[in-house]
Design a protein around this ligand. Structure first.
Ligand SMILES: *[C@@H]1O[C@H](CO)[C@@H](O)[C@H](O)[C@H]1NC(C)=O
Ligand SMILES: *[C@@H]1O[C@H](CO)[C@@H](O)[C@H](O)[C@H]1NC(C)=O
Ligand SMILES: *[C@@H]1O[C@H](CO)[C@@H](O)[C@H](O)[C@H]1NC(C)=O
Ligand SMILES: *[C@@H]1O[C@H](CO)[C@@H](O)[C@H](O)[C@H]1NC(C)=O
Ligand SMILES: *[C@@H]1O[C@H](CO)[C@@H](O)[C@H](O)[C@H]1NC(C)=O
Ligand SMILES: *[C@@H]1O[C@H](CO)[C@@H](O)[C@H](O)[C@H]1NC(C)=O
Ligand SMILES: *[C@@H]1O[C@H](CO)[C@@H](O)[C@H](O)[C@H]1NC(C)=O
Ligand SMILES: *[C@@H]1O[C@H](CO)[C@@H](O)[C@H](O)[C@H]1NC(C)=O
Ligand SMILES: *[C@@H]1O[C@H](CO)[C@@H](O)[C@H](O)[C@H]1NC(C)=O
Ligand SMILES: *[C@@H]1O[C@H](CO)[C@@H](O)[C@H](O)[C@H]1NC(C)=O
Ligand SMILES: *[C@@H]1O[C@H](CO)[C@@H](O)[C@H](O)[C@H]1NC(C)=O
Length: 370
């Protein structure tokens, strides 16, 4: 009897574990948004253009190119071979504890389709058929008809991991994958992957159930009053932001600092882009750096509202510490509401700690000679 109950419990636990209905945990308050990222693995030869159609981003080839770090002049007719991973980025929002695409792709059922074929083959295991079923309120999984439209709840999250803002990457698990192998490939730990995905043991990894893999994001000067906050960009990807006026790329080799510059592209929200010059230093545009004697000043992108693009000047000084005063940093621009957060400058902190240390040393010395 006890054994039977135990077996039943195990059976049900296994059944529950193997049929996740909810996707990635996204515990931010409803309405929190960020960039989602998934790795799509086509089963047949296809094209970039067909992939944008499948994911409902046909008007945004650029985001696909950026997520894959493909050159901007890549043709939409570019062929993609099966098993090649193509990263797809999309706006993600938290809703009742789970992350969902702001605009989920819509798939139209064709004759011969089953929910599991759509989940596991067409969308390469980035969703489970149960997730599609629940999300679309399909009562009977076997009752889908050609022409029926299904919204695909791609997995995504905006949660911090280990106190850091990360890009949550939806990894399509294939049979043969191991948690350890995935952790190694994405430079994270087995323990992080297990806890983030609610898995008790590496053996609980299932093919065709997407795995939430946290990717380190570049640091930015974008504050929480910016419309694109938190601007999360993973290594080896670039994105367009501020209504397409600004292009930013993340490269681990750049000390994980987001590099932004004017995009020269047609804005999606303005007829012409607002000023991209650094207020306080009109000669500098976003992305420009000047070096004068022992000063390196960079004009960095600091976010946007629907009226203004914010910039901030950061100075890195290699001046000898004694003598010259600490470099004054220009506050971020006169945003109309004026509540952009002035980023803290490492250098300022440095000089101050030096002065404090100096004072302490002097006091100590005076104390000793007494
Ligand atoms: C993919 O290729 C297989 C045969 O290799 C074919 O049966 C299937 O219809 C193709 N799928 C699509 C979506 O074109
Ligand atoms: C891309 O989609 C078009 C239209 O659906 C289709 O005719 C074409 O065969 C697809 N190309 C590839 C390589 O799958
Ligand atoms: C892509 O292919 C279509 C037809 O296959 C063609 O009309 C179009 O000009 C091509 N686009 C580019 C950018 O090569
Ligand atoms: C939110 O999720 C919980 C379970 O996670 C569920 O019981 C509840 O009905 C959901 N609320 C809404 C409004 O969907
Ligand atoms: C991988 O992560 C560890 C710790 O998070 C870090 O020390 C190491 O530099 C990372 N490796 C690469 C190649 O980024
Ligand atoms: C925005 O950031 C500021 C300072 O960084 C912080 O004090 C404030 O609580 C943040 N607001 C929200 C809504 O997170
Ligand atoms: C960043 O991406 C580049 C290009 O793919 C890769 O060579 C490098 O190892 C990556 N670095 C980290 C820390 O992930
Ligand atoms: C890299 O960035 C960290 C923090 O963002 C900073 O402390 C460090 O000085 C930077 N290193 C270089 C070489 O710029
Ligand atoms: C400043 O940035 C603009 C736009 O990216 C560029 O055209 C210009 O050459 C840069 N100027 C300097 C001095 O780097
Ligand atoms: C800017 O956004 C606010 C609220 O988000 C809206 O009320 C206002 O109309 C927008 N202004 C413009 C010029 O789009
Ligand atoms: C370094 O830059 C700061 C602010 O941009 C400026 O106030 C200071 O005079 C500069 N120092 C030198 C030596 O150029």
């Amino acid at each position: 009897m006890g054994i039977a109950v135990a077996l039943l419990t195990v059976f049900f636990a296994a059944a529950i574990a193997s049929t996740p209905v909810e996707s990635f945990t996204c515990s931010g308050t409803s309405g929190t948004t960020c960039n989602g990222l998934v790795g799509y693995v086509p089963s047949n030869t296809t094209t970039l253009s067909n992939i944008t159609t499948l994911f409902g981003i046909q008007n945004d080839l650029r985001s696909l190119l950026g997520a894959n770090n493909f050159p901007l002049n890549t043709s939409p007719n570019q062929s993609v071979s099966p098993q090649q991973t193509i990263r797809i980025t999309f706006p993600c929002t938290c809703n009742n504890g789970t992350g969902y695409p702001v605009n989920p792709p819509v798939y139209t059922v064709v004759s011969g389709d089953t929910l599991s074929h759509i989940a596991e083959v067409v969308f390469s295991g980035l969703v489970t058929y149960q997730q599609i079923q629940v999300f679309n309120n399909v009562k009977d999984a076997s009752m889908i008809v050609p022409g029926q439209e299904l919204k695909i709840p791609l997995p995504c999250s905006c949660d911090e991991v280990g106190g850091e803002r990360v890009v949550h990457y939806g990894y399509a698990v294939e049979s043969g994958n191991t948690v350890q192998g995935i952790a190694q490939e994405f430079n994270t730990t087995e323990a992080t992957l297990l806890s983030l995905n609610g898995l008790n043991s590496p053996k609980d990894l299932l093919a065709d159930v997407p795995l939430d893999v946290p990717l380190k994001a570049c640091t930015t000067m974008v504050g929480n009053n910016s419309l694109d906050y938190p601007l999360l960009v993973a290594n080896d990807t670039y994105i367009f932001t501020a209504g397409n006026c600004v292009m930013c790329s993340c490269n681990a080799a750049n000390n994980w600092t987001l590099q932004c510059e004017p995009s020269q592209a047609q804005s999606t929200i303005w007829t012409t882009c607002p000023s991209l010059q650094c207020q306080g230093e009109q000669s500098l545009y976003i992305g420009n750096t000047t070096t004068s004697s022992c000063n390196r000043t960079t004009c960095a992108y600091a976010g946007y509202t629907n009226q203004t693009i914010f910039t901030t000047l950061t100075s890195l000084s290699t001046c000898p510490v004694s003598g010259s005063p600490p470099p004054s940093n220009n506050a971020p621009p006169a945003a109309s509401d004026g509540n952009i957060n002035a980023p803290k400058f490492l250098l300022k902190g440095w000089s101050w700690s030096f002065i404090l240390m100096f004072i302490h040393l002097v006091l100590l010395y005076l104390h000793l000679v007494q």
